[in-house]
Design a protein around this ligand. Structure first.
Ligand code: SF4
Length: 295
């Protein structure tokens, strides 16, 4: 495997067997979880919002929500979106997406507090000098703050907000920082910003050069471990309910030739193949990051 990403590394850490199906055997899956579906639509709407803001055409909140509803209707197909918690209606997930966007809009309108440099920016960078450890990722929004610092903004649709200590050790945005520093300059101060849309919370962190160096070393060690892996053991846990390979997983008595899970509750369905470079083409988020339990 040539290029890694935070989501690929996390997939291996969550369950080596799932990683094996998805990234080594490339077992196709034409389904996605409802949490992934909601997350993609929210990201798409926020991407379009900032493109419009850049053209001095700030949409109203009702226009933003209308865009979300249109994208939902355009992409939703019940046979391909898996709902792991059948006690929650599809309409309730749609309502959660709308709440995410409403919270964000009301907090940041009229979107003048910073300068957007890029949205949904794909970054590719090496962890080493020889190019043996190549990483990639998609950054939700890159910002120039009023104090000239560069900020990496990330939208989360999960309900829970991690502790500050956990965010100060977060790998995803710190890896993005390595890529962003190569674009905007190693000397520029860089902040990491998380938007927890559902609880309407914003969190900030930063990394020292020593912390980034340590991260590079640890990430290369993990990549070495993945490259040397031969067993790809199953790791049953709470995320199995969201796993598209459960039907073929040995931990659930599955057959190796079974088709990837097509329904969690009898319903399901995924969006059509996304256009390259769009928010829909983002790597699949970890199920745990997108869990949207109802109150
Ligand atoms: S069902 Fe669970 S144990 Fe099996 S591959 Fe998926 S995540 Fe791993």
């Amino acid at each position: 495997m040539g290029v890694f990403s935070h989501s690929r590394l996390s997939s291996f850490e969550d369950c080596p067997k799932k990683f094996h199906y998805r990234y080594v055997l490339r077992v196709p899956s034409d389904t996605e979880s409802i949490e992934q579906f909601v997350g993609k639509r929210v990201h798409e709407v926020l991407e379009r919002l900032y493109i419009a803001v850049g053209k001095s055409r700030i949409p109203s909140l009702s226009q933003v929500l209308r865009r979300f509803q249109l994208l939902w209707d355009e992409h939703y197909a019940a046979e391909r979106v898996r709902v792991a918690r059948p006690e929650n209606s599809v309409a309730s997930y749609r309502g959660l997406g709308e709440r995410c966007l409403t919270n964000y809009y009301r907090r940041f309108y009229p979107f003048e507090s910073d300068e957007t440099l890029d949205v949904e920016r794909r970054v590719t960078f090496d962890l080493d000098d020889r190019g043996d450890y190549r990483m990639q990722g998609v950054i939700d929004r890159i910002v120039r703050a009023r104090d000239e610092a560069i900020e990496i903004h990330d939208y989360k649709t999960s309900r829970r907000v991690p502790s500050q200590d956990k965010l100060d050790r977060d790998r995803q945005l710190a890896l993005y920082q390595i890529g962003v520093a190569r674009i905007y300059g190693e000397e520029r101060p860089i902040r990491l910003i998380w938007h927890y849309l559902l609880p309407d919370q914003v969190r900030t962190s930063s990394r020292t050069p020593d912390q980034l160096k340590d991260l590079r070393v640890r990430t290369m060690e993990l990549i070495d471990r993945i490259r040397g892996e031969t067993d790809f053991e199953t790791r049953p846990g709470p995320l199995c309910g969201w796993c598209e390979y459960r039907d073929r997983c040995p931990a659930f008595g599955g057959r190796a030739d079974a088709h990837p899970t097509t329904a969690g509750n009898g319903a399901s369905a995924a969006a059509p193949a996304p256009a390259k470079g769009t928010a829909a083409a983002r790597p699949a988020p970890r199920a745990g990051q997108l869990t949207l339990p109802l109150a």
